[in-house]
Design a binder for this molecule. Structure first.
Ligand SMILES: [Zn+2]
Length: 708
């Protein structure tokens, strides 16, 4: 039996050392064995290597799940997924009932700030608890490719973190601070632009090098401000990357060491030795209790341990099993979930075909030794069970079924909720068999990324034929059909997916969209509302509910949805845009302009927002601003007739008749539909001042084909 929490987290900072600043850096998708300090000779990771050389490097650290949100939830709560309840990205959020590292530090007087680099860690998923600042505004970053996650490169995230450190360093009196920086670079796609790229073996290593640049920027700022040694800097990863091992290209399905072993480094010279390699098994859920022991706070319910005495060499760690799980195969593909432990040199994975590896001899887990020693396997299974039971005893009150009765009824009425019997079909397929299907689905996604939607459709249908409960394949099929404007087919694909797994806020949103495009507003509305039931922060669904209200002539109700979206995510550009369009329709040009400007902060190249902002500025007689907006729009789309047309209107209104006529000529040359152009120009009140000019008449005749 493992006894967890065998020593309580100390409530006082040890040895009279004042509470340190704390900087926690999580490197997303970073394999321990691709860092220089973990023995990878070809790495370009000088900043992380330096922290290891000047602190304690844990050689045997494991994460709770090879998936970003569940792993980070463990880092912040000191709990395993069955306890904190977050089992996947997107569909789960950390309960408000959780006490996080940030909340506990905040209570002891810390200033707290987080800078995250990917949408999967947006505040809507619950990790913002306890942070004074939570910088998750990624809307001004490049639009991600289809199926890719919106993200921000480490140097840009680091610059924002450094700015925060510097601002608060200037403000007196000094209170300790807690900063969390999350760098997403090593996650797919691998497209980093680092100087050392030509020296690195793979594009993945270049991504790690780029994340290291972010670490360097933060370390430099701490040194510059003279607080480096008064700061405990921790570097960890949420999970690794398979890089093809066991047939898995990235991460998420399997729980082999390639994705569950992570780097973990602590540097804090006031309490920790320099250059120590700590060999005993540790877990990412130990991070929060350890940091709180330094800061004089506590996390009473944590499963993780305060590692400080062990890292210092004062006392040994008790023998513990290291837990990992992945429910992705179950939640996404309808296959068996995987649960595993590493214990006393063995790795055990509970699966339809269970596995046991001797890690000392077989570090890459190639030879399944399960059958060689059934008694040992039973012992490991028992350790796993003990951890699950301990987790369940501490489990946060997660909404077991986020669907309320009304939503369930609505879904049943639409035919989306399948009877439980229909769900058993492929349940229990071992992910080891399923990985080939997973890779085929990857190929389908790549086809869609290339714009080959029918290729994507074919591959997705092959996966579904082999595994009918493959929810992800049905959703990928849905995307391929949406992209081909096949609304009814797309609706069917999503309905099928939801019939298997109704707890999918994003699929509900997509189904709503397909219904919306079919003109079935009532059905669309039900889907969007159901999506919001499951994901209360689903801002996209809020905007679309607003669109439906607009279509039904209820602008005030639409406005409420847009406002609600902006409360959930104050920077969400689509909400600013929808809100701006509504102000414009209502003739409130001043508010409209403000909202277009907020849209343009995130999306400076948004053509429609630029044109509309120009029109608002014109109405407000801010002609210089109007000209700037139209000119910028013209630079963006030199082939479009609209910017020169609007510039012509602007010139006509400000009395520059010749310029107006010249711009109008340019606009006419660019337009395909010349007769529509002629109708518009003939009736346009903005052109009143040049109406009597013979050049305008010539132009209109040229447009209608009269003068040739
Ligand atoms: Zn991740």
């Amino acid at each position: 039996m493992v006894v967890l929490n065998s020593f309580a987290v100390s409530a006082d900072p040890p040895g009279g050392v004042p509470p340190p600043n704390i900087v926690l850096i999580t490197l997303d998708t970073c394999r321990a064995d691709r860092l220089g300090c973990y023995g990878f000779g070809l790495a370009a990771t000088p900043a992380v290597d330096r922290l290891a050389a000047e602190g304690v490097r844990c050689a045997d650290a494991v994460t709770s799940a090879p998936i970003t949100l569940p792993a980070h939830a463990s880092i912040f709560t000191g709990l395993l997924p069955p306890a904190h309840g977050v089992r996947d990205n997107g569909a789960y959020l950390l309960s408000d009932d959780a006490t996080t590292l940030a909340e506990a530090l905040k209570r002891t007087g810390y200033e707290t700030a987080a800078f995250v680099s990917a949408l999967v860690l947006n505040r809507r998923y619950g990790l913002a608890q306890g942070f004074d600042v939570y910088d998750d505004n990624l809307w001004s970053e490049d639009e991600p490719a289809l199926f890719m996650i919106r993200d921000r490169p480490a140097p840009r995230t680091a610059a924002r973190a450094v700015a925060w450190i510097e601002t608060r360093a200037r403000s007196a009196p000094p209170t300790p601070f807690f900063l969390w920086a999350h760098f997403f670079d090593p996650h797919q796609p691998y497209n980093a632009k680092v100087r050392s790229r030509h020296l690195l073996p793979t594009a993945y290593d270049a991504e790690i090098a780029q994340a290291d640049e972010g670490v360097a920027a933060i370390v430099d700022s701490l040194e510059r401000l003279g607080v480096f040694d008064a700061t405990c800097v921790v570097v960890a990863a949420d999970h690794g990357e398979s890089l093809g091992e066991h047939g898995e290209r990235t991460h998420g399905v399997f729980i082999y060491d390639a994705t569950v072993r992570v780097p973990l480094i602590f540097r804090y010279p006031a309490l920790l030795p320099r250059g120590r390699i700590f060999e005993r098994p540790v877990h990412v859920f130990d991070i929060a209790p350890t940091l709180l022991a330094m800061a004089g706070g506590e996390l009473p319910n944590a499963q993780g341990l305060n590692l400080l005495p062990a890292l210092r060499g004062d006392s040994p760690l008790p023998e513990r099993a290291q837990y990992s799980e992945s429910l992705l195969s179950e939640l996404g593909f309808g296959m068996a979930p995987l649960f595993g432990v590493r214990y006393r040199g063995h790795k055990y994975i509970r699966a339809p075909q269970p596995e046991r590896y001797d890690l000392a001899k077989d570090g890459h887990e190639r030879f399944n030794r399960y059958d060689a020693d059934p008694a040992l396997a039973r012992e490991l299974d028992y350790e796993l069970d003990a951890l699950v039971r301990d987790s369940e005893a501490r489990a946060l009150p997660v909404r077991a079924n986020p669907l309320d009765e009304e939503t369930s009824e609505a879904l049943r009425a639409l035919g989306y909720l399948a009877a439980p019997a229909a769900r058993a079909e492929t349940a229990g397929m071992d992910p080891k068999q399923g990985i080939a299907l997973y890779n085929k689905l990857e190929a389908a996604r790549h086809a869609a990324q290339r714009g080959d939607y029918s290729g994507c459709e074919g591959l997705a249908r092959e996966v579904i034929a082999a595994a009918p409960r493959h929810v992800s394949a049905r959703n990928v099929l849905g995307v391929a059909l949406l992209r081909q404007n096949r609304w009814a087919d797309a609706a069917q694909a999503y309905a099928d997916s939801l019939a298997i797994e109704p707890n999918q806020a994003r699929a509900l949103h997509a189904l709503g969209y397909a219904r919306f495009r079919e003109g079935k507003l009532e059905k669309a509305e039900r889907c969007y509302r159901a999506s919001l039931e499951q994901a209360p922060g689903a801002v996209e669904s809020m905007i679309h509910l607003g669109f439906i209200e607009m279509q039904q002539g209820r602008p005030d109700a639409a406005r409420q949805w847009y406002d609600k979206a902006l409360v959930a995510d104050p920077a969400f550009p689509r909400a600013h845009l929808a809100s701006a369009d509504l102000y414009y329709l209502q003739g409130d040009y001043s508010n409209a302009l403000q909202s277009y400007e907020r849209t343009l902060e995130a999306l400076p190249d948004h053509f429609a927002a630029l044109l509309q902002a120009g029109l608002c500025a014109m109405k407000l007689e801010r002609y210089g601003d109007a000209k700037a907006f139209f000119t910028r729009a013209g630079e963006l789309r030199p082939d479009s007739w609209m910017p020169p047309y609007n510039l012509a209107c602007l010139s006509a209104v400000t009395g520059e008749a010749d310029t107006a006529l010249r711009q109008l000529g340019i606009a006419l040359d660019k337009t395909d539909d010349k007769s529509q152009f002629a109708r518009l120009a003939a009736a346009d009140a903005d052109l009143r001042s040049i109406r009597s000019r013979p050049e305008l008449r010539d132009l209109l005749e040229r447009a209608t084909g009269g003068a040739r």
